[in-house]
Design a protein around this ligand. Structure first.
Ligand code: SAM
Length: 267
């Protein structure tokens, strides 16, 4: 069997298992590149360059570019460009140590039309790596962006909102319809900008928040008294200024931080 990689001149067949939906609409590509606003010398990392819809523009703007691509055929295609400014890491982004991509302690600007099938673990990984990051511009399912920016007391508010908002300031940049991609996904997409907060949660706090939010949102319809019954009794929740009869989606971010701090004190 002849593999794609043997013939970079042949059209690539999109692989579902790698979440491959390639950007094809020029106006959307242009808008994303403008929003990212790369300056010469920026240290840019593209996650999942694919067929390169964003790659050349990012590369030309920055002067050099690191890309992380899991698909061997696509990595081969990129290598066949023979561009010395392009550093191709053929790897699973979930195994990448972002800190190790930094040169001269310069923080990374990360851009990616992300594979939707790994968006949650990837976002959490990036949250843990925030000290290496200047900012992120990521294409996600609209529904995931809604969760990222959701405030408490809304339906979209959940674990991802608490964890990511504890590390990043998050903005919705652009709505992207299915026809911007080939093949077209079934869902609406959106680009978000995430910038590390000056008071971003550190590693231990983030871990404790992961625990606190897992418990709090374990059963969204149940009260906090119920969801925390193995960890905090009613009196302890009240001491943390948390109403035991409330539900997780009504808690503000700082209440989750009080829970996380109480978890850290115990361990
Ligand atoms: N950037 C291209 C574009 O906008 O047209 C492609 C975007 S496509 C939605 C996602 C890309 O991520 C694909 O190239 C896919 O092979 C790559 N990918 C999927 N899973 C990956 C992983 N775990 N690590 C690195 N790259 C991955």
């Amino acid at each position: 069997m002849t593999r794609d990689s043997d013939r970079p001149d042949r059209p690539h067949r999109a692989r579902k298992r790698f979440g491959q939906n390639f950007l094809v609409r020029e106006d959307i590509i242009h808008h994303i590149v403008q929003a990212v606003n790369i300056k010469p010398g920026d240290q840019v990392v593209e996650i999942g360059p694919g067929l390169g819809a964003l790659t050349s523009r990012l590369l030309d703007a920055a002067g050099s570019l690191q890309v992380i691509e899991i698909d061997r055929d696509l990595a081969t295609r990129l290598r066949s460009r023979n561009d010395p400014r392009l550093y191709i890491l053929e790897a699973d982004v979930l195994n990448i140590d972002f800190q190790s991509l930094m040169a001269d302690s310069q923080k990374l600007r990360v851009v990616g039309n992300l594979p939707y099938n790994i968006s949650t673990p990837l976002l959490l990984k990036l949250a843990h790596a925030h000290e290496a990051l200047a900012d992120l511009h990521v294409m996600l399912q609209q529904e995931v962006v809604d969760r990222l920016i959701a405030s408490s007391h809304t339906r979209a508010f959940g674990r991802l909102s608490v964890l990511m908002q504890s590390v990043f300031t998050i903005e919705h940049v652009l709505a992207v319809p299915p026809d911007a991609f080939k093949p077209a996904p079934k869902v609406q997409s959106a680009v978000a900008r995430l910038t590390p907060r000056s008071d971003a949660a550190d590693g231990p706090t983030l871990q404790a928040l992961e625990l606190a939010t897992r418990m709090a949102f374990n059963n969204k319809r149940k009260t906090l008294r119920n969801n925390f019954r193995h960890t905090f009794d009613e009196a302890q929740l009240r001491e943390l200024d948390i109403d035991p009869s409330a539900r997780a989606e009504t808690l503000a971010l700082d209440a989750f931080h009080r829970l996380a701090d109480a978890i850290i004190v115990r361990t």
